[in-house]
Design a protein around this ligand. Structure first.
Ligand SMILES: Nc1ncnc2c1ncn2[C@@H]1O[C@H](COP(=O)(O)OP(=O)(O)OP(=O)(O)O)[C@@H](O)[C@H]1O
Ligand SMILES: O=C(O)C1=C[C@@H](O)[C@@H](O)[C@H](O)C1
Ligand SMILES: [Mg+2]
Length: 175
């Protein structure tokens, strides 16, 4: 009899969640722990565009940013053995949602709006998404997107815990 074939390792472990939930911070730590390469969609977008994210928003608008974001996610998901930190709005694209789920486990880093706001307040690298004051914007945008984060997630963790505890919860959820 032939040996059972072990299941193939997923191509990507992807992190989704709001701005400030820790996708970049936790993603880097998780990649180290899993022995995978860390890739950050926001960093790749800025690299491909040759501009910062705020510059892309000002010069080309959010719609153009979203199109580029979906293209970058598609390209990154062609690589093997990665941990992918998505941008906060990556799940707005149906195509990206489908590709993230098809590539492997998707982890939702869940956090409350007050924590998210405290972590991101005053950071000029995060352009406004609405005309609302920043704290209200965080709550409104999260309310809109939360169903999408949950739709794609196979693992949901409390992202308000210390980084090492968040990583441990993800590893437990993946096993
Ligand atoms: N678990 C955590 N505990 C405490 N601080 C954290 C935690 N996770 C992230 N942070 C801090 O919150 C800030 C935002 O984190 P990070 O940039 O990783 O968020 P993000 O989800 O990648 O945001 P964006 O969607 O804008 O890229 C950073 O200053 C980071 O150090
Ligand atoms: O929540 C969002 O819409 C965004 C989050 C960031 O990761 C970046 O992708 C950009 O600032 C937009
Ligand atoms: Mg990030």
């Amino acid at each position: 009899m032939s040996e059972p074939v072990p299941p193939a390792a997923p191509a990507a472990v992807s992190l989704v969640g709001a701005r400030g939930s820790g996708k970049s911070t936790i993603g880097r730590l998780l990649a180290e722990r899993l022995g995978r390469r860390f890739v950050d969609a926001d960093e790749q977008i800025a690299r491909v565009a040759g501009r910062s994210i705020p510059e892309i928003f000002v010069l080309h608008g959010e719609t153009a940013f979203r199109l580029l974001e979906a293209e970058v996610i598609t390209a990154l998901l062609e690589q093997d053995s990665i941990v992918l930190a998505t941008g906060g709005g990556a799940v707005l694209s149906l195509e990206s949602r489908q590709k993230l789920v098809a590539a492997g486990p998707v982890v939702y880093l869940e956090a409350d709006p007050a924590t998210l706001h405290a972590r991101t307040a005053g950071d000029e690298n995060r352009p406004p998404l609405t005309d609302l004051p920043a704290e209200e914007e965080m709550a409104a945008v999260l309310a809109d997107r939360e169903p999408l984060y949950r739709e794609v997630a196979s693992v949901v963790v409390d992202a308000t815990a210390e980084p090492e505890a968040v990583v441990a919860a993800i590893l437990a959820g993946l096993s």
